[in-house]
Design a protein around this ligand. Structure first.
Ligand SMILES: NC(=O)c1ccc[n+]([C@@H]2O[C@H](COP(=O)([O-])OP(=O)(O)OC[C@H]3O[C@@H](n4cnc5c(N)ncnc54)[C@H](O)[C@@H]3O)[C@@H](O)[C@H]2O)c1
Length: 388
């Protein structure tokens, strides 16, 4: 019999479902040391929280997050609330000695990420920041190929994370449009993922030059069910001010000499979750598009010149990373990446080991994003180290 660990899920929206899926499925596919128990789901709307809890089998619901975090019977705090409250919940969880699984972006400011990392270090708790795209098998395989030297010296990173879900001017002013709740627009929401992937695959960003742009300045206030990204929907006749950018483009200089670019927008018509990267090196290149997440494109410059070209690798073999699902060629999806993250997290908890990305990675990512915001505001190149 595996030891049981009681989970508290803090939030019951889009990510509430994705994480419920992961905690439910992890033991069925991966050899993990614990059996997670879906103990309590905190939410701000009692009806929605009850619906989610009943659907996914959370034993209890609560409307009081502080009480939940301080319960003696809870082992893991899983934070899936709007970004502004990640810090308060994570610091409280660390003080209560709980291990922390937290959604991205880490927090709304660099200062908050430092507080989170410090609190987790002091308490000695395992902390994980869910930039889940690292745990797409094709991305983890790209990392292996780069470590094996398949790309040689890396010259370029080109990351574009494009969506179109708010192009309708009547899309309501949810928390995603408030600077103090979200930290920023697509820069924080989407480029945080791309910066995480770039740090993972290429290296640390040294300096940025960025331009941010807001296309729609006011939006209708949300009705009750419009409070969640996944539910979309009801709006109010009254309007409020959009406080974040709708698109962000930046050029990045890496510490190792590579040059890169990051684009993120919620106004790329037809692009739904177009999270892509291209990496160009002296020996070859790799490209990835999350909308075809089981595939990796690889160019090998050692191939005879006349036969050179990108080939598609279907990353579903039993020898590829996270090969616990199905037979080769039986592709997996977005939700599986959350299971991979939970599996790695539980293994880290057993050994009380560091897992990546964590709050220290969050610090570096948010620092880079704040440098981009400052660069756009002051129309100049900003060294990441300028952000204190
Ligand atoms: N890794 C990914 O792929 C991914 C995708 C989407 C969102 N996210 C991140 O997950 C987090 C949650 O996003 P979401 O899309 O699930 O949001 P959501 O709006 O769908 O749900 C947020 C939930 O948090 C709770 N909540 C709402 N307002 C609150 C408040 N003021 N105080 C405390 N709790 C509150 C509610 O239960 C709500 O259901 C965000 O940080 C977001 O950036 C990650």
């Amino acid at each position: 019999m595996k030891k049981k660990l009681n989970i508290a899920l803090m939030g019951s929206g889009f990510m509430g479902k994705a994480h419920s899926f992961a905690w439910t499925l992890v033991n069925k596919f991966f050899d993990v040391p614990y059996e997670p128990v879906l103990k309590v789901n905190f939410g701000t709307d009692e009806d929605i929280t009850r619906e989610v809890a009943e659907k996914w089998g959370w034993e209890e619901i609560s409307m009081n997050w502080e009480e939940v975090i301080n319960r003696d019977d809870i082992d893991i705090i899983d934070i899936v609330t709007p970004t502004y409250i990640h810090k308060d919940m994570a610091v409280a969880a660390a003080k209560a000695g709980k291990h922390i699984f937290c959604e991205k972006p880490c927090a709304v400011t660099y200062d908050q990420t430092k507080e989170m990392a410090e609190a987790a270090d002091k308490a000695g708790v395992v902390n994980y920041l869910n930039h889940n795209y690292r745990r797409v098998p094709a991305v983890a395989f790209a990392k292996q190929m780069i470590e094996e030297g398949k790309l040689g010296t890396i010259y370029h990173w080109r990351g574009a994370y494009l969506q179109d879900w708010i192009m309708d001017p009547n899309f309501p002013l949810t928390w995603h449009f408030k600077k103090d709740l979200a930290g920023g627009g697509p820069l924080f929401d989407l480029s945080s993922h791309s910066v995480d992937l770039a740090r993972y695959l290429v290296g640390e960003v040294k300096a940025v030059t960025a331009v941010n742009k807001t296309f729609i300045e006011e939006r209708p206030l949300p009705g009750k069910r419009a409070a969640t990204f996944s539910a979309g929907g009801e709006i109010n006749s009254e309007k409020g001010k959009v406080e974040v950018e709708d698109a962000s483009f930046m050029i990045a200089e890496f510490e190792n000499g590579a040059l890169g670019s990051f684009e993120s927008t919620r106004f790329a018509s037809g692009r739904k979750n177009y999270n892509t990267f291209e990496i160009y090196g002296s020996k070859g290149a790799l490209t990835f598009n999350f909308e075809r997440m089981n595939e990796l494109q690889y160019l090998n410059l050692d191939d005879p010149a006349d036969e050179q070209g990108f080939k598609t690798i279907l990353v579903t073999n039993m020898t590829h990373p996270y090969a616990a699902w199905w037979a080769a060629g039986h592709v997996i999806g977005y939700e599986n990446t959350f299971v991979h993250a939970v599996a790695d997290f539980l293994k880290a908890v057993e050994k009380n080991e560091t897992i990546e990305p964590n709050f220290h990675d969050g610090e570096k990512i948010i620092r880079t994003l704040e440098a981009a915001a400052l660069s756009s505001e002051e129309k100049r190149r900003v060294e990441v180290s300028e952000i204190k």
